[in-house]
Design a protein. Structure first.
Length: 436
């Protein structure tokens, strides 16, 4: 029975690939075959991806059958054989989809972490958001579509598979700090590699062909100076609602550099002067007032770019010196105004990090925190301080299991799984669309 079910599943995907080939959509053929390649991997999350996928393929084939049948009826052509064939094709897809949710399928797909549902959720969330962006944006937002029109479907499937794999790795890791740093650095490298290629003349790598400085403070200052261009502020606010201040520990294109500098420095973060983090209030005021002043003064674009570049270069200097010496992300916690905005407005999100009654304030979580969010006063209060970005490094560092994510209605374990599923999905989406 298992062999028959797998055969029907593969046949359903093959029939849809043949349908896509008939339509001349080579990219969709490749995407379907990439999904079929999940079958021999026997990963636990695979049936939760393949089942819905082949059922959606069945719906698409049913819609195509309806159109073909309507044409034949209108033209007075024979239609019974076509109806029987297409009914069989749709039936194969339906049977393959139902097989994926059977006990036999679960017995066959048994490799990998015991987190199939979060991994499949990461796949579908990533694929859904990328498909939505691809369908709504007027220009080819995915690189695959720019180089090979129509092949964005394959990129969507590959990034969805990456999100599923990575979420499984993260949820299975007893400590996520090192892994988080690696995939965060990957995003930053991809982002700046595309910027470099764009500056070198390969404008195909740029989102719109127009450059802007990759300085986080410009998310606030840019629209004030220009009097428009609210895409980045809206994107930033959306991520704050979805993952709280997680932008600053997973999604910021420049924060990964500060993280690397801090980790290359002291093994144990050094305490900074108590009032140093409040410097961000001053830098936020500087960014806002400076942008407004340049606008009111009628300053040209070159002047504004020089001011923004100077602000960014100071930040880089802080990373390479202060962050490395202290083992703390000094740029993110004491200089970047967007970090302050994220910490404050991130409270609008229901995600929280809390300690339970078993916490004995041993301080091991504080030694893992590069954001200075777990001072003795914070431990005494039972919750991280304002600079917490929900990175999760402290959760694995706690020897008593007292630190954890909180979300209304979920256990700490379920909240952790849901949070990382969401933030890893956003990371994969940003890999696909976050370009200058």
């Amino acid at each position: 029975m298992t062999g028959a079910g797998l055969t029907v599943l593969a046949l359903g995907l093959g029939l849809y690939a043949a349908h896509a080939l008939r339509l001349g959509q080579a990219g969709l053929v490749a995407a379907t075959l990439a999904l079929a390649a999940l079958i021999p991997t026997r990963r636990r999350f695979a049936p939760y991806v393949l089942g819905p996928a082949v059922l959606l393929a069945g719906l698409a084939l049913a819609a195509a059958a309806r159109d073909m049948l309507a044409f034949r009826l209108a033209a007075g052509l024979p239609y019974m054989r076509l109806t029987a064939i297409m009914a069989g094709v749709v039936g194969v897809c339906l049977a393959g989809g139902l097989f994926c949710f059977s006990d036999r399928a679960r017995q066959f797909f048994r490799r990998g972490p015991q987190t199939p549902v979060p991994q499949a959720a990461a796949f579908w969330l990533t694929a859904g958001l990328l498909a939505l962006a691809r369908g709504k944006v007027a220009f080819p937002i995915l690189l695959a579509d720019r180089f090979l029109p129509g092949w964005g479907a394959l990129e969507i499937v590959l990034l969805g598979g990456y999100a599923a794999w990575l979420s499984g790795r993260v949820l299975a890791a007893p400590r996520t700090g090192a892994l988080r740093s690696r995939y965060w650095a990957l995003f930053s490298l991809v982002f700046f590699a595309q910027l470099g290629l764009g500056l070198a003349g390969a404008t195909i790598f740029l989102m719109t062909g127009a450059l802007h400085l990759p300085v986080p403070a410009l998310i606030v200052a840019g629209p004030i100076y220009r009097g428009g261009g609210y895409f980045m502020p809206l994107l930033y606010l959306t991520t704050l609602l979805l993952v709280g201040p997680g932008w600053c520990s997973h999604l910021c294109y420049i924060g990964a550099a500060d993280d690397a500098c801090a980790r290359l420095g002291r093994k144990t973060p050094k305490r900074l002067p108590r009032r140093l983090p409040f410097l961000r209030v001053a830098t936020l005021a500087l960014a806002v007032c400076g942008a407004a002043g340049l606008r009111l003064a009628g300053a040209d674009t070159a002047t504004a770019v020089i001011a923004a570049a100077a602000f960014g270069l100071v930040g880089l200097g802080i990373m390479g010196t202060a962050s490395r010496r202290a083992g703390v992300m000094v740029h993110c916690t004491a200089y970047c105004p967007i970090g302050l905005v994220g910490n404050v407005l991130g409270k609008l999100s229901p995600w929280r990090m809390r300690m339970d009654a078993g916490c004995d304030a041993c301080g091991r979580c504080a030694r893992a925190c590069r954001y200075l969010a777990l001072t003795p006063a914070d431990l005494a209060a039972g919750r991280p301080g304002l600079s917490c970005t929900l990175c999760g490094d402290c959760v694995g560092a706690c020897p008593h299991g007292s630190m954890g994510y909180r979300f209304p209605g979920l256990s700490p374990q379920a909240a952790r799984a849901a949070y990382f599923t969401l933030v890893v999905s956003l990371h994969a989406v940003f890999l696909g669309v976050a370009r200058i």
